[in-house]
Design a binder for this molecule. Structure first.
Ligand SMILES: NC(=O)c1ccc[n+]([C@@H]2O[C@H](COP(=O)([O-])OP(=O)(O)OC[C@H]3O[C@@H](n4cnc5c(N)ncnc54)[C@H](OP(=O)(O)O)[C@@H]3O)[C@@H](O)[C@H]2O)c1
Length: 326
């Protein structure tokens, strides 16, 4: 099969096409013939040598894919040859085929194409677990999502809005702000020209928001605590602005705040199956009826993976970037 690998950690040119044997599915796995694979910011970290695949996972990048089941392990009863599926992967999505634990495989929702379906697993597993499990976001509560036009952002805005929250978001341009407001954000704040702490205070009558989903860290940590309402929750999923931040302990005590965070990739299949069941119950029906939609910015052929990475690093995209196995 064709795969895209990282020859030597570095820039986009480090991604090279290679031929590798098709993997055999393990007892708990299905083998998927990949039609499309989603790009994620973590793939860039992996390409630069900072985020290797966990032990036992395919070494090449790719955290999500969609396609057809072409093999099933002997313990797998929930899928059959020919099923159209998408899957959360620990690596190896940039490949013609991938073998993955059935706990991480879901049917393609409704009539979505494989390209659309490949854009879903990584963001919805992440958004569900961080907003609704760790962040305990409730209907009627308010949410601030940083990076609203990111893959994570477009999923968080749509899902939280569909499940009854008012959503605010930060973005790096006015064009992205308009895009996020069309997607369902009540207000998108351009973090390059506006102070999100002051804006959230004005938008919430100084009450603050119940949950912040943060992918920046660094100097945002202290400011995130400032925008939280009493008993608010800060959920951190990335450190694009640095891994160290300042915490006002007194504010946590006085406002009874909770600070948490997580990484998805290394969690075990038991955890991932729990999240998959929640997605099938609460999110897949919203994708089937069109309440929430995949947002695909651009599709690249597999052999243009380097161009796809360069495009993601330019931050010009709004929504997801996809590799197609053509
Ligand atoms: N912990 C986990 O399990 C987990 C899982 C999945 C993803 N993630 C993380 O979530 C983030 C988004 O992933 P993705 O694949 O959706 O990436 P992406 O589409 O490339 O998005 C990155 C986003 O970060 C935003 N951003 C950067 N600096 C910012 C700042 N100072 N203020 C507000 N926004 C800022 C960018 O906004 P502008 O371009 O507008 O500046 C962009 O929208 C990544 O950092 C990724 O590592 C974590």
């Amino acid at each position: 099969m064709r795969v895209v690998e990282v020859r030597q950690p570095g820039g986009p040119e480090a991604l090279v096409l290679a031929e590798r044997p098709v993997p055999a599915p393990g007892d708990d796995e299905v083998l998927i013939q990949v039609a499309a694979a989603g790009l994620n910011r973590a793939d860039i970290l992996q390409r630069r040598g900072h985020y290797p695949s966990p032990p036992g996972a395919p070494p090449n990048p790719g955290l999500e894919a969609a396609g057809s089941v072409v093999g099933v392990g002997r313990n797998v009863s929930e899928f059959s040859i020919g099923d159209k599926v998408c899957a959360l992967l620990q690596g190896g999505g940039y490949s013609g085929y991938c073998a993955v634990n059935a706990a991480q495989v879901l049917p393609i929702p409704g009539t979505l194409s494989p390209i659309e379906a490949a854009s879903l697993p990584e963001t919805y597993f992440t958004v569900w677990s961080n907003l609704y499990e760790f962040g305990a976001l409730q209907r009627g509560e308010t949410l601030l999502v940083h990076g609203g036009s990111s893959g994570i952002g477009i999923s968080a805005i749509q899902l939280a809005r569909a499940l009854g929250s008012t959503v605010f978001t930060t973005v790096g341009s006015d064009d992205k702000a308009r895009f996020c407001e069309q997607l369902g954000a009540q207000r998108a704040i351009n973090y390059k020209t506006q102070d999100f702490v002051a804006e959230i205070a004005a938008l919430t009558d100084k009450q603050g928001v119940n949950v912040v989903l943060d992918m920046v860290g660094g100097s945002y940590v202290a400011r995130n605590l400032q925008v939280l309402a009493t008993e608010g929750r800060l959920v951190m999923i990335a450190t694009q602005g640095g891994a160290k931040g300042e915490i006002d302990v007194l504010r946590i005590m006085q406002q009874r705040l909770k600070v948490t965070g997580s990484t998805l990739r290394t969690r075990d299949a038991v955890f991932k199956r729990q999240i998959k069941e929640k997605l099938l119950a609460h999110v897949w029906p919203l994708l089937v009826d069109g309440t929430i939609k995949p947002v695909i910015d651009k599709v690249f052929p597999l052999n243009d993976a380097a161009a796809a990475h360069a495009y993601m690093e330019s931050s010009a995209h709004k929504g997801k970037i996809i590799l197609e196995m053509v």
